[in-house]
Ligand binder design. Sequence first.
Ligand SMILES: CC(C)(COP(=O)(O)OP(=O)(O)OC[C@H]1O[C@@H](n2cnc3c(N)ncnc32)[C@H](O)[C@@H]1OP(=O)(O)O)[C@@H](O)C(=O)NCCC(=O)NCCS
Length: 197
Amino acid sequence: MDDSPGALALRLEVVDDVYLDDEVRASAEALCYLTFAHWYDDEPDEAFTVDDWQHTCGGVRVLLHDGAELVAHAAIVPRAIDLGDDDSAHTYAAGYVEGVAVIPSRQHAGLGTIVLDVTNEALRAGFELGVLSTSLWSFYERLGWERWQGPSYVVRSGIRTRTADEDHGLLVLRCDATKHLELTAAITCQERVGDDW
Ligand SMILES: CC(C)(COP(=O)(O)OP(=O)(O)OC[C@H]1O[C@@H](n2cnc3c(N)ncnc32)[C@H](O)[C@@H]1OP(=O)(O)O)[C@@H](O)C(=O)NCCC(=O)NCCS
């Protein structure tokens, strides 16, 4: 290991949210708010909401620390995702990826890639499908994610409703159970508070 002055002391951990230390949870939340505010410099208050933070909770977190500082984060939360049309739809145990964030001062140095590689491993090990919503397709496509090509829906109060505005942003990661996935099928999630996708 390189222990020269200034060398990175990177430490990765994958933690079940239930066991997350309060201090680390606070750092993860602050990292998400800071990173997404920076991303939306023109509308910082709109960038990351309380609902967005809640969407990161309840699964596992991939955390990258440099010494005492949390520098990158991603969360995987379990969600049921239906693929296919009403009659032929199959429900998959999906890992939905939220809050992918690298501290602004450390972006474009490979840290996001490290976190996403581990996120991908956790998805393949524990889920039937990975799903996320983004406008940064290229970052994820390099790492095996594929853009969904079919129509998206949400089930709200039992009624399946089209979410056409979301179609372009949905990406999936194939896992063992979904190796032969048809990317043009319908994709459906269940409603939640805040953005459904
Ligand atoms: C997106 C993000 C997680 C990437 O992490 P990172 O550590 O900066 O990225 P890496 O250095 O691992 O990136 C590797 C490659 O991904 C692509 N990439 C990374 N950030 C990108 C961006 N903002 N726009 C387009 N491509 C990007 C590039 O191909 C990059 O290679 P390059 O640096 O040689 O050009 C990070 O920049 C970030 O937190 N951005 C703000 C929040 C955000 O956009 N989150 C994802 C939204 S869902």
